[in-house]
Design a binder for this molecule. Structure first.
Ligand code: CA
Length: 506
């Protein structure tokens, strides 16, 4: 149900959200006047709700009223008690498997990418130089500036040079069980599809993360790895890095884009700075694009454990078999324990910005977040930074933190990320392009030259989810093919490689 003023999603919902800022006394439906001023995207009670009564949006109980709420009142985040999260024991699976032929048919079936010997194709042709320890980061960053200035212009088919620096590598409990997560992230990022199989790793020489932890023996050669402590001072060090980089650039320069099927594409989905519109405009539109990609044979990854935890029953229903269901339950359980060991639970997730944007709690945020996965069956569940082994829709269990989810999905090999936002963020990744989609037209008007696509017209009724979803799908293929550049790449707005490390630091 939708009027000029409010949107209600499911028939059983007893709240709707305000399309714009609304004043007390506004008649939002015939004979129904507001009792409070309602900020844009915030919730309005459509019925009287008694204390302890259910507050329902998306057909789901978001929480229980702390006190009596009257019809027409504003419902903000202080007025709800959080429900318990659903159990992950004996989840019913495979009960909502949408057949492939019911997914929207993509209008384009190919794109232009750089083919790799194994794994997905590349969306960019990059020289990636990866450190084994943060101690080497300063040297590498200076060297990369020199490479860009002196060498890169000679190799026009190479799109860029990236210093992959991260906080891991030394001063860490390297044998702690959970150290496998950051080590896997670094191992897999060395082999990122956009680096074209050219390995270049720079270490210091005394760190705990030795080369053999991130490379197979046959790849640990003087052509691929360089140890700073082996060189006599600044000039020798820089010369060695420049020399190795030039050999890699020569090889990368021979790569050419070619027409490829969508099955060669691996796309990530993430959201951040969400508001109450994210779940009705930007995320469902991205979900529609995800369905088109999956129908066309591509692989789409979505993540963010705390933002799907309350929707685990919906996800389990979409798991193709018992094994995938079990992996989903295992990852949810691990994250519950991880949060508990830190003395918090999933509701530590929403930010002040989310709440200002009308999201009362994590249940409401999760229902909106899940929409970006579309409707297709989940074929595989991954631990953070693992690479997919299947094609189709993949759930990779990463933190929801934008700056940690991004690098985790990059380590899993995404060639591009679609990022939905309500409040606005300049977020970007240097290894994989990021397309930003906002949930409201006001956001697009405000950051007209930083947000790539607005899904706001879905809220105003000027566009459908299919319209915006198709626009997102087309932009994914154009950016992946190198035909278009997203704003974050145009400006070089790129976040750091904040890899997930749940293991102790010493
Ligand atoms: Ca996020």
């Amino acid at each position: 149900m939708k009027s000029k003023y409010i949107i209600k999603i499911k028939d059983i919902d007893n709240v709707a959200v305000a399309i714009h800022d609304l004043e007390t006394g506004t008649e939002v439906l015939p004979g129904f006047k507001l009792l409070d001023d309602i900020p844009q995207a915030h919730k309005i009670a459509l019925t009287d709700i008694p204390a302890d009564g259910e507050v329902i949006r998306y057909g789901v109980v978001l929480g229980y009223a702390k006190t009596d709420i009257r019809r027409g009142q504003w419902i903000n985040e202080h007025m709800l008690n959080l429900p318990k999260s659903p159990s992950v024991e004996n989840l019913e699976y495979g009960t909502n498997l949408v057949p492939m032929e019911d997914l929207p048919l993509p209008g384009r079936t190919t794109w232009m990418g750089y083919r790799n010997q194994t794994g997905p194709a590349a969306t960019r042709n990059l020289l990636g130089i990866v450190t084994t320890v943060q101690c080497a980061a300063g040297v590498l960053k200076v060297a990369v500036e020199q490479i860009k200035k002196e060498l890169l212009p000679k190799y026009p088919n190479v799109d860029g040079v990236i210093a992959v620096t991260h906080p891991y590598g030394c001063g860490v409990a390297i044998n702690a069980p959970m150290a496998k997560i950051p080590i896997r992230a670094i191992t897999n990022v060395i082999r990122h599809p956009n680096f074209g199989g050219e390995i270049m790793v720079v270490g210091l020489g005394c760190e705990k993360l030795t080369y053999d932890r991130v490379l197979p023996a046959e790849d640990i050669t003087p052509e691929n790895v360089l140890t700073l402590q082996d060189y006599a001072g600044h000039d020798a060090m820089m010369n060695a890095i420049m020399e190795m980089a030039e050999k890699k650039l020569e090889k990368l320069n021979q790569r050419q884009r070619e027409e490829l099927p969508l099955s060669e594409l691996l796309i990530g989905m993430q959201c951040g700075g969400s508001d109450a519109f994210s779940g009705i405009t930007a995320n469902p539109s991205a979900g529609y694009a995800a369905d088109m990609l999956v129908r066309g044979g591509a692989t789409v990854m979505f993540s963010e454990v705390t933002e799907v935890r309350d929707g685990v029953l919906m996800l389990a229903a979409r798991c193709v078999d018992e094994k995938v269901r079990d992996r989903l339950a295992e990852e949810m359980k691990w994250y519950d324990d991880y949060l508990e060991s830190g003395g918090v639970d999933r509701d530590a997730n929403p930010t002040p910005g989310n709440k200002k944007g009308g999201l009362a709690n994590i249940v409401e945020k999760a229902m909106g977040s899940i929409a970006k996965s579309g409707t297709s069956p989940i074929v595989e569940v991954l631990s953070p930074a693992e690479k997919p082994t299947k094609r189709g829709l993949i759930y990779a269990a990463t933190p929801a933190s934008d700056i940690v989810c991004g690098p985790s999905q990059v380590a899993s090999g995404i060639g591009l990320q679609v990022f939905m936002t309500g409040r606005g963020t300049p977020y970007g990744l240097d290894i994989s392009p990021v397309i930003k989609v906002c949930s409201r037209n006001e956001m697009k008007d405000h950051w007209f030259d930083m947000i790539d696509i607005s899904a706001g017209n879905v809220a105003t009724g000027e566009a459908t989810i299919a319209d915006v979803g198709t626009e997102i799908f087309n932009m994914i293929l154009d950016v992946a093919s190198g035909i278009k550049e997203s704003y974050s790449d145009q400006y070089g707005f790129h976040n750091d490689m904040c890899i997930f490390n749940p293991a102790p630091i010493t």
